[in-house]
Write a protein that binds this ligand. Sequence first.
Ligand code: TYM
Length: 332
Amino acid sequence: MTSKRVLSGIQPTSNSFHLGNYLGALKQWVELQEGHDAFYCIVDLHALTGEIEPKLLRERTLASAAQLIAIGISPEKSTLFVQSHVPQHNQLGWVMECIAGFGEASRMVQFKDKSSKAGADSARVGLFTYPMLQAADILLYQAHFVPVGEDQRQHIELTRDLATRFNTKFGETFRVPEGRILKAGAKIYDLQDPTSKMSKSSESNTGVLEIMDAPEVNIKKIKSAATDAGREVIFDEKEKPGISNLLTIHSSLSGRSITEIENEFAGKGYGDFKAEVAEVVVEYLRPIRDHALELLKDEAHLLTLLHRGGEKAQKTAASTLDMTYKNLGLVQ
Ligand code: TYM
């Protein structure tokens, strides 16, 4: 039996991924390389829907590749590539735009959030059509599973709807994919505002733990994380969102259960707990950051790996696109 397909993507919109990206999605990417045929994509075309800064985009795309390899994505085991290297993404994206309804696209929460932040007049058309390009990313590879964080649930649902609609009308063409959203870690919150998700686009980054930040910076951020009322270290998302978030982070990185950590800190205060969380985070990230910095010294090597991944991705993508065009009646 051939192994099941996995596809996921991440935007190169920051110099560093944050711990939310890692715990919600990237940690799963690494695990799913084993026993699966995994395709992982740096979605640079999606990044064009925000502010476009050419020099930064280039740097961030390379930094993304370095970080992905540093966390354990192996270019030998998985197909690691850059979206713009595989033109079939745009080609199938257009088909998806012609299948999707204006109404359903208008209901996408990420679009509503981002366009309201940008203001109706400055939000771009690409931001609106973004989820159809994402559907194309997934469907091109006939993926069984899509490991993502909670905030992508609606986009995966849309992808499933589009695939089913297409198959019903034009004949079996796409596998209908399933999202892989973890129970713990699917939504990591901002340390300063533990009711909002940790995000690359948040206004201040004092609540965002970045993989590429120096250890001292992350220690400071954790020690100054917003403190809840009371002084007991207990998981209670409603009454203690800040402490619960730190417990999730600790547990996901240390592999220890939340109950075990609560017991360890029974009778101790938030200060001791935060100091330990800081140590767990910093020691976990240290080798990843060092490895990524090392990889970034050899840009040519990173580009070779990405081009190789792109060529491999293109073979699968081309075969799905051919079948799609044929089923649509486009003359081949
Ligand atoms: P992006 O680049 O915003 O985020 C990458 C991944 O990180 C997850 N994530 C989080 N998980 C837990 N807690 C958080 N605070 C947190 N913040 C981000 C996201 O859910 C995501 O899995 N639209 C996608 C990129 C994309 C894509 C795809 C994903 C384009 N094409 C195809 C899957 C398949 C996005 O903006 O992710």
